[in-house]
Design a protein around this ligand. Structure first.
Ligand code: FAD
Length: 326
């Protein structure tokens, strides 16, 4: 039966937040098209995700199982989606707007010879589909027509709030073996760097304390680390900081880094270049600390403090500790 199929990323059977966003988007589309919502998960432990996916309105979970799918191999994962597409002829395939989601969907599109509409925020089903999607890192919205026998879409990260379905749902679970060949395994993950125990993930942190060139050195991040810890958040940085080797690329916020959506973003010594701001536009509140009142970020901030970030952040840390009596 044809369907709206969603590629779901998971961690040991727990769906990732961006995939729940994609599922929420896909469910609305499936309801408008009167089609069932199916999910593709990769790896045997994906079967564990069935309950969580049922709650999001998924009728069938298709689990691709093959030892060669772990560790991550983008072409092999796309081959799994292609196997399922050939067998089930979905009308639409939706992927999450994560790096991995975008990579797998791009491989799937190339394999199937179909166009891919990336970073969608809205879709009107029809012939053709009309999609609204983010371009230029989210600084422009484009309305485009998608003419294809199967519509391939990714959902812009943080454009949709994940919402479980209103009715109770139980998803059936089916395992399948994808058709893989050796060429699908040429590119695969060779190793993983685990974050420190207890570290808050940048993309999901409720508070991000950002540091830019104005921090001055790798050691200068100590006060920002302390503020992030006091607020239960994590540190993010501009690209200059990673280019200078002060912090790893995994901390980078922006077009070529992580997209963040915290309740509060405290941007310290960051000028507010467009490539940085597209990664921070999901922040609900922005506090900027900068010595230059004319820095572009100061006009974008809800609160702007003109001053030396080291003096301001250490005073804020001291005040939080004083109020908490710690
Ligand atoms: P600067 O622009 O140098 O700003 C430093 C700021 O610190 C200034 O406003 C200054 O007034 C202030 N300052 C200095 N000293 C102090 C102090 N003691 N206290 C308080 N304030 C102080 N950038 C990203 O961040 N993320 C990306 O993903 C990204 N992707 C890119 C992709 C492309 C294709 C390109 C071309 C660029 C990209 N960039 C990205 C780079 C981006 O254009 C900017 O160069 C970068 O964001 C600037 O970093 P910054 O704000 O830390 O440094």
């Amino acid at each position: 039966m044809t369907s709206v199929l969603t590629f779901v990323e998971h961690d040991g059977g727990t769906p990732e937040k961006v995939s729940l966003e994609a599922l929420t988007f896909a469910r609305a589309l499936s309801e408008r098209m009167s089609l069932p919502l199916y999910a593709l998960v990769i790896g045997a432990d994906g079967a564990v995700a069935s309950d969580a996916l049922g709650a999001y309105g998924v009728a069938e979970v298709h689990v691709a199982t093959d030892d060669r799918l772990d560790p991550y191999a983008p072409r092999a994962w796309a081959a799994s989606a292609a196997t399922l597409m050939d067998a089930g002829a979905p009308a639409v395939v939706v992927g999450p707007g994560s790096e991995r989601g975008a990579e797998v969907m791009a491989h799937l599109a190339a394999r199937a010879g179909l166009p891919l509409a990336a970073n969608c925020t809205h879709v009107e089903p029809g012939d053709p589909f009309v999609v609204t999607r983010q371009r230029w890192g989210g600084s422009l919205l484009e309305v485009a027509e998608l003419e294809a026998p199967v519509a391939l879409l990714t959902v812009a990260p943080h454009a949709v709030q994940p919402e479980p379905a209103t009715g109770p749902g139980a998803a059936s679970c089916r395992e399948f073996r994808p058709t893989l060949d050796e060429a699908d395994l040429i590119v695969r993950v060779a190793g993983r760097l685990e974050p420190e125990r207890g570290a808050v993930s940048l993309s999901e942190a409720r508070v991000v304390v950002g540091g830019g060139r104005g921090v001055g050195s790798a050691d200068g991040f100590a006060e920002l680390e302390e503020l992030a810890e006091l607020l239960g958040g994590t540190v993010g940085v501009s690209r200059v900081v990673t280019s200078l080797g002060w912090r790893p690329h995994t901390d980078q916020v922006g077009q070529t880094g992580t997209r963040i959506a915290p309740d509060l973003y405290v941007a310290c010594g960051i000028s507010g270049a467009i490539q940085h701001m597209v990664g921070a536009k999901g922040a609900k509140h922005l506090l900027a600390i900068n010595t230059d009142r004319e820095a572009p970020i100061m006009a974008k901030a809800e609160w702007a403090v003109v001053g030396d970030l080291h003096a301001v952040v250490s005073a804020v840390n001291a005040e939080i500790r004083r109020v908490r009596g710690s």
